[in-house]
Design a protein around this ligand. Structure first.
Ligand SMILES: Nc1ncnc2c1ncn2[C@@H]1O[C@H](COP(=O)(O)OP(=O)(O)O)[C@@H](O)[C@H]1O
Ligand SMILES: [Mg+2]
Length: 148
């Protein structure tokens, strides 16, 4: 289970750049960890790495944001306010994920996204611990190749 320590925002940025370089088009990242763990921060660096220059904010109330980047749409989902996990399909997520270049989901669960790469963040006294977990065979082999 690949694990690394992010000592500051520069490290988060470096990870985002690597992920953007290594992930295939249409990839789904499941960002997990408590409030304040740095999930939205990672998405903002993903957006920047994809060439998006606008602001990235938490889609807590709107449930999703779509950032147009030169490579395609970065779909940013936050399911925190979803009443029931089964309601994810109500958002028409499947189709949006399919047409997105990259999808990042906050507060999602592996059962909802059985083919995804989970990025688990834990706050430390200084910085964050990052652990990668593959869900599904596609991401299991991707994880073996991935060098963060
Ligand atoms: N690698 C990091 N090192 C230090 N602070 C970080 C790191 N990543 C995020 N933060 C800080 O943590 C705070 C919460 O981040 P945020 O991305 O909003 O968390 P979440 O979306 O998980 O609730 C922000 O002030 C952010 O700057
Ligand atoms: Mg957030």
């Amino acid at each position: 289970m690949p694990e690394l320590i992010l000592r500051g925002l520069k490290d988060t940025q470096r990870v985002a750049e690597r992920l953007v370089r290594e992930l295939p088009q249409g990839a789904v990242l499941l960002l997990t960890g408590p409030l304040g763990a740095g999930k939205t921060t990672l998405v903002s660096f993903l957006a920047r790495a994809l060439g998006f220059r606008g602001r990235v904010t938490s889609p807590t109330y709107t449930l999703m944001h779509e950032y147009p980047t030169p490579k395609g749409v970065l779909l940013h989902v936050d399911l925190y306010r979803l009443a029931s996990p089964e309601d994810a399909w109500l958002l028409g997520l499947d189709e949006r994920i399919e047409s997105a270049y990259l999808t990042a989901v906050e507060w999602g669960r592996a059962e909802q996204f059985p083919s995804s790469l989970e990025v688990n963040l834990t706050p430390l006294d200084e910085g964050r611990r990052l652990v990668l977990l593959a869900h599904g065979p596609t991401y299991a082999s991707l994880l073996q190749r991935l060098r963060l």
